[in-house]
Write a protein that binds this ligand. Structure first.
Ligand code: ATP
Ligand code: MG
Length: 720
């Protein structure tokens, strides 16, 4: 195993395998690469057993990539390493032993929609009103509690004198009870229950503590408390724990990640060695300097000096558009231009944005220009109705206690079981403590019509046949049976609409997923399939050979890199998000997110923004993000500081260069002769008074419409 491609600091990190080790370093400095080489070095050069190594990454995609790289370096032995996300590690531990804490080993994993459906029922059961106790906000309170390893009892005790929280405690209790009855865990439970199991069962704890002689965690800055406890429990015996991260890239604070986990590592492990990596191998100097000048504004960070050898490179392209449509058009045409002129593949390009909702306008532009793209992270394949329906049948076949799955499909396709009948069944289940399915198996004491009884009888027969089939058929054939016997596909065919056809396409895609699973799976069982799907996100369906532009949120882009990166919609209120305006901590997190985004780029970075944008169905005027201001203006292709003040000059400059923008409008200069205090009329907002002015941009208080910023480069104001 040749380690000569590593620099001196990377090499010492790879070679120090015993004892606690912290690698704290900036973006693109080779942290993830060090983990990969460290594992290879252990196996190849030191003869360490792959079974004793645990490597945790943040996404499945990162885990797969790491597995591939390690396989390249060490061959087949890579299969025996435990490598994956926190969730996949926990599922593996729990499948084996969760029965020790009162769950069945074939538990199912609930996603957000499943969770919400249970929460709604619990809110009802607790006699609370859904409009004051919104399921989403309860869910996040429960999730926060679980991140802190706080069960329903502790939660109740802690908030005993808080009216609202004590009601939520009640829902939490009911929610946990229902999950248990359904033999289901939510995502937060995966970690919570693993910690609970390890705390409760000395033998199991001992087993894993001895098994994992070497533990490595990537992106450690984004671990939350429960993950922190889990890691520290597992590494207690050998203490060969290597954590890797960058405090400047901590972007999951809103989900409970605790940056102090990485900053306090030296306190937790006084004998820890700390290695810093200072050379960035990913980006050009211009991009790196740009990113550094932004992150430098954050206070209380560990200062890092990152340098790169890649001196050559284009300046950062800053582009202002009229609206989100022209922004999309500009990005699409730049991709096409570079693809032609620089012979780049589409995989070289990524478009990153702050929120999922921004993708629609970008997608439209790409479609219009026939640029293939793939969008990661939003409307997940598995969130689509038809896919969830069919999956619910499979879930029920696997676990008839799964009430959530049953409720989803008991009347899908329609079989005459109305809400009233379902309520009767639920009442009965509540009374006897049975699952809904078991009530359906014996309806003699339930007050529903004979018609409903007969229909449910047929339904139960069908489900029973699936339960039998799952033992003998491979998952793909079971899936076919479900799609046929339920008449699901038939119904869609009968609808004969475009939408129905696209739903059928999606179900075909589900079959592809199953077949891919069957090729790769160690055990071709329904249980294994359902488990793998629950942990999957669309990021994992990256087909390496296909060509497409990547679209994703800035959050999902963590750890990845692309030759050309577009950061779109870099506007005040979007990025930074308006939620951060009043909260300095949140603002710093937004700034870290900006640093993460910029450092994804290897060769070329674009930052784009628009002066008007329709988002969430509302049209708003927008201003360039403060983060643009924070970048040293010399790094931009144009002198940005000046141009933010005078947008028209930006247009003049870019107009000829890229021929962008809506030509007619850009020919007009903005108005600069209206004085503060003047009364004006605007096409859409009506009459208002100018209360502020900066170049050709006016701040105007409109009657009944509030204060708006109007950029007169695009909109003419009439003085009255
Ligand atoms: P992030 O903070 O974004 O997760 P990172 O610190 O994990 O970044 P890597 O992804 O490991 O950085 O490395 C960034 C890029 O630099 C990769 O393309 C990697 O292959 C390359 N690289 C790292 N170290 C070296 C080296 N010693 N020689 C050549 N290339 C390197
Ligand atoms: Mg990394």
């Amino acid at each position: 195993m040749n380690l000569s491609t590593l620099n001196e600091n990377q090499l010492s990190a790879v070679e120090k395998v015993e004892g606690p080790l912290l690698i704290l370093a900036g973006a693109g400095s080779g942290k993830t690469r060090v983990i990969t080489y460290r594992i290879a070095h252990m196996i190849k050069n030191l003869g360490i057993s792959p079974f004793s190594i645990l490597a945790i990454t943040f996404t499945n995609k990162a885990a797969n990539e790491m597995k591939e790289r390690v396989t390249d370096l060490v061959g087949d032995q890579a299969r025996d390493i435990w490598m994956g996300t926190f969730h996949s590690l926990c599922v593996r531990i729990l499948r084996r032993d969760i029965d020790k804490i009162g769950y069945g080993n074939s538990f199912v994993i609930y996603d957000t929609q499943d969770q919400l459906s249970v929460i709604k029922d619990c809110v009802k059961e607790a006699n609370l009103r859904e409009d004051t106790f919104k399921p989403n906000s309860i869910l996040s309170a429960i999730s926060n509690a679980k991140d802190k390893l706080m069960g329903p009892k502790e939660f109740e005790e802690r908030y005993v004198s808080d009216f609202r929280m004590s009601k939520i405690a009640k829902v939490y209790k009911l929610y946990q009870k229902r999950l248990k009855n359904n033999n289901a865990l939510d995502f937060d439970d995966l970690i919570f229950k693993t910690v609970e199991l390890l705390r409760a069962e000395e033998g199991i704890r001992d087993f894993y503590q001895r098994k994992f002689k070497y533990i490595m965690v990537d992106e450690y800055q984004d671990t939350n408390y429960s993950q922190y406890v889990l890691i520290n429990t597992l590494s207690k015996y050998h203490e060969n724990l290597c954590v890797v991260g960058d405090d400047d890239q901590s972007i999951y604070g809103w989900r409970g990640a605790d940056i102090s986990n990485i900053l306090d590592f030296e306190k937790d492990y006084p004998s820890a060695e700390v290695i810093k990596l200072e050379r960035n191998y990913r980006s050009t100097e211009i991009i790196l300097n740009g990113a550094n000048s932004v992150i430098d504004r954050n206070t209380g960070r560990k200062k890092k000096q990152l340098w790169t050898d890649i001196k050559e490179g284009e300046k950062i392209k800053l582009h202002k558009s009229i609206d989100e449509k022209t922004e999309g058009q500009y990005i699409a045409s730049e991709i096409i231009r570079r693809q032609r002129e620089e012979k780049r593949g589409l995989k070289d390009f990524a478009i990153l944005y702050r929120t999922n909702a921004q993708s629609r306008a970008l997608e439209e532009a790409l479609v219009k220009n026939s640029v293939p793209y793939k969008i990661f992270g939003s409307l997940k394949f598995y969130d689509r109705k038809e896919v969830k329906d069919i999956m619910a049948y499979l879930r029920l076949a696997h676990n008839p206690l799964d009430d959530v799955a049953l409720k989803r499909i008991v009347n899908v396709p329609k079989r005459g079981v109305g809400l009233k009948s379902l309520e009767k069944i639920e009442e009965r289940a509540m009374m006897t403590g049975e699952s809904l399915y078991s009530v359906i198996l014996d309806l003699s004491d339930v007050d529903v019509s004979t018609k409903v009884k007969s229909s449910l009888g047929k339904f139960a027969n069908m489900i029973n046949s699936f339960i039998d089939m799952k033992e003998i058929l491979p998952v793909s054939q079971l899936l076919d049976k479900v799609m046929d016997n339920t008449l699901y596909i038939k119904e869609l065919e009968a609808e004969d609409t475009d939408e129905a056809r696209s739903r059928i396409e999606n179900l075909k895609e589900l079959r592809t997923v199953v077949m891919e699973f069957e090729e790769k799976a160690q055990e071709n069982t329904l249980e294994e399939f359902l488990g793998s799907v629950s942990l999957m996100s669309d990021l994992d369906n990256f087909n390496e050979s296909e060509q497409f532009v990547t679209l994703m949120t800035l959050h999902s882009a963590k750890g990845l890199e692309f030759p050309v990166v577009f950061m779109a919609g870099v506007e005040e209120g979007i990025f930074p998000s308006s939620r951060a305006f009043m909260d300095e901590n949140q603002m710093e997190e937004e700034r870290r997110l900006c640093y993460v985004g910029m450092t994804r780029a290897k060769e070329v970075l674009y930052i784009t923004y628009a002066s008007e944008r329709t988002l969430y169905g509302k049209r708003n005027f927008s201003r360039a993000s403060r983060f643009i201001d924070e970048v040293d203006s010399e790094l931009f292709e144009a002198n940005i500081k000046e141009e933010i003040m005078k947008p028209e000059s930006l247009y003049e400059k870019y107009k000829n260069k890229y021929k962008i923008g809506v030509e007619d409008r850009t020919k007009e200069k903005g108005q600069s002769d209206i004085n503060v205090g003047a009364k004006v009329k605007h096409g859409k907002f009506g009459v208002g008074m100018v209360v502020g002015k900066s170049g050709t941009i006016y701040t105007i208080a409109f009657e009944g419409k509030g204060i708006k910023q109007i950029d007169t480069t695009f909109v003419k104001l009439e003085t009255i």
